[in-house]
Design a protein around this ligand. Sequence first.
Ligand SMILES: [Zn+2]
Length: 428
Amino acid sequence: MRIIPFIVGICVASAASGADFDTHFSDSTLRLDYILGGDASGSHISLQKQSKSPCWAGRRHNMDKLPYTGNGQVTVVSKATGDTLYRNSYSTLYQEWLSTDEAKTTPRAMQHTVMVPLPKEPATICVSLLDNRHNTIAGMSHLYRPDDELVAIGNNSRTLPHKWLHKGGDSRQAIDVAILAEGYTPAEMDSFYVHAQTAVYEILSYEPFKTHADNFNFVAVASPSADSGVSVPRINDWKNTAFSSHFSTFYSDRYLTTGNVFAINDALAGIPFEHIIILANTPEYGGGGIYNSYTLTAARHPMFRPVVVHEFGHSFGGLADEYFYIGDVMEDSYPADVEPWEPNITTLKDFDSKWKHLLKDGTPVPTPATEAGKWGTGVYEGGGYSFKGVFRPADECRMRNNTYPTFCEACTAALNRLIDFYTKKEQP
Ligand SMILES: [Zn+2]
């Protein structure tokens, strides 16, 4: 993949400036809509629209720190001082597409939305995409000016009907998760609320979410669709739905996603949210979860309960898949000489930064799977779609197997650290 040079001089500002929320930001959100475009030979990012709306639901501390490296980052830098005021990371469906055969021949464009707190002062906003070696493959920056009359005011007067299914605390402190309806007609919304309640119940039944239930809010938003169900291209069944989601993403039958990121964020106007779960009204098996983007999962399949927790592990927790199958198309996701940023897999390039502190004395590295009963948390070969060279922390985990009832010890520890990052001022 060709690496496009990314001029970051104005964006990599001072080290931790301890940016104070109230000094630099209004209690409002700046929504940034981008178009990601390109192909396997190169990518670019274009600004599509800026809009602002009342209330900032995200964190008000650790402002200049990243939760994880992610597959892309946004950085808000003070124009006056060069201080880093806010950072966040994410992954995108576009980057997954870049590894497909189609990307070798056909340039495409996809939507990408980032929410940042509304700066009180002129600020440079930098967005980037990284490859699986953590190199920048695309980046751009643009100036936000508080007096820019073309920064639109979000249409919060058209807030969709919604219900709080779990309220752990005020949205300014708690982690706000919005659950959207996809493929539910207005007449089917009672069924959507039941499915949404099931998702909330299931997520909060898992540790560490159970212990941290007071740190989470879940709101279900009744986004209506004209048709019932979602599109299944394999059987030539296409529907008119709120977010135009469909199975067979990248020709993989059970991969259910949507590229309509702007419509998702439009549907959330007026609702405080940081993380998104979309429930698809279908009995087909499938789903997907993209870090700090969204979870999309089939709500009427018998495996709905474990799958929604697994996908939330991706979209909220930044956790990697711990499974690996023969002939997996994603086999080359993690180069052997680069430590992945995901907290629950390792290439042993920098294992000290992962779950080494959780190993019992004497645990062999790698740990033979036949000795999983003896050691518990270990370093088991196979994970992140690869049989070789990628290692996972446990033989079984919610991130590997739909029938296993818990997250492994390393996933649990990582989720705990992330919840603390979002909700506690003092980092352990
Ligand atoms: Zn795990």
